[in-house]
Design a protein around this ligand. Structure first.
Ligand code: PBG
Length: 337
């Protein structure tokens, strides 16, 4: 900034003039948050009348499909029109090859059909990855040495994407971080004339320690044991690499890209947004949710204001939408403002 401008700053310019009342603050507000920006992740399980608590994620439950429908009704009433489905698969249906992922009568295909029948206008995101279905808890197939096989896994993922798109998913979301999976999925969708199915790619998905509560929720943590996902998820130290991942996913046919986790990676969201100008979603993950919940439970943080500040911060960073376990609560709080 030039010397002349600096000299003219004070008292000619007093930025507090713009902050003196709520009307002025709103007139000059640069970013906003609304229910339109929010996506609710939803854990589903087999059975009837099930609503199973997840101890590491207070107020989040696994729902059987009958109860999931009631929950979705509440979402719609509050202006949340997009959900992301995650299945908790019974342990006896898991195996090393994740064969249950391709079962047309499986939990997710059934959920997609039922939800679409009751709520045709809801946008449903179906996760593409094998971890809910593998007995080892990894997102892909493994060899004898425990290495996650890339191309073999992509073969299964494209079949999974086709099945879920045919079952009613509007958006398929590969969260596995295999190389080349977006192109493979786009290819099979085109071959099957599913030209309007969107691909939301978890492009910059970091090997984060903040996914622990989610792994409790889908039951993959005990399966995973001491293993990690560092040979496919990104190194938290890297930023340029995220741009490279996004570049490739866009070339391969992604419609929307995503950064995960969200709040620790706001710099990545901003760089992607400024570099590519494409819809960029943020996944406010389970650990980020549980951190807030636990501080709130202690009485150390005010839940409503801290959550809304977090989500607005993600908008300011450049997110076009946010997956958050707080979507329903936030939409209710936003109505009260
Ligand atoms: C796995 C998947 C994970 C999440 C979404 N999809 C966990 C993982 O990579 O182990 C995490 C979401 C969260 O923590 O809220 N395909």
């Amino acid at each position: 900034m030039s010397q002349i401008l600096i000299n003219r700053y004070f008292p000619t310019t007093r930025l507090r003039r713009l902050r003196q009342n709520e009307t002025l603050r709103l007139l000059t507000q640069e970013n906003t948050l609304s229910a339109n920006d929010l996506i609710q992740p939803l854990f589903i399980c087999d059975g009837k009348k099930q609503k199973i608590a997840i101890p590491s994620m207070p107020d989040i439950y696994r729902y059987s499909l009958d109860n999931a429908l009631k929950y979705i009704e509440k979402l719609v009433e509050n202006g949340i029109n997009t959900i992301a489905l995650f299945p908790a698969i019974e342990a006896d249906k898991k195996n090393p090859l994740a064969t249950e992922a391709l079962n047309p009568q499986g939990l997710v295909p059934e959920a997609l059909q039922i939800i679409k029948k009751h709520f045709p206008d809801i946008m449903i995101i179906a996760d593409i990855a094998l971890d809910p279905y593998t007995s080892h808890g990894q997102d892909g197939l493994v060899n004898e040495a425990g290495y996650i096989l890339n191309d073999e896994t992509v073969e299964v993922l494209r079949e999974q994407a086709l099945l879920l798109a045919q079952s009613g998913a509007d958006i398929v979301a590969p969260s596995d971080m295999m190389d080349g999976r977006v192109g493979a999925i786009r290819g099979i969708l085109e071959e099957n004339n599913l030209v309007n199915t969107l691909i939301l790619s978890y492009s910059a998905k970091y090997a984060s320690s903040f996914y622990g509560p989610f792994r409790d929720a889908v039951g993959s943590k005990s399966m995973l044991g001491k293993s990690d996902k560092k040979n496919y998820q990104m190194n938290p130290a890297n930023s340029d690499e995220a741009l490279h991942e996004v570049y490739l996913d866009l070339q391969e046919g992604a419609d929307i890209v995503m950064v995960k986790p969200a709040t620790l990676y706001m710099d990545i969201i901003r760089r992607i947004h400024e570099t590519y100008h494409v819809p960029t979603f943020a996944y406010h993950v389970s650990g980020e949710y549980s951190m807030l919940k636990s501080a709130v439970a202690q009485g150390w943080l005010d839940e409503k204001s801290c959550v809304l500040e977090t989500l607005l911060g993600l908008k300011r960073a450049g997110s076009s939408a946010i997956l958050t376990y707080y979507a329903l609560n936030a939409s209710q709080w936003l109505k009260q403002l």
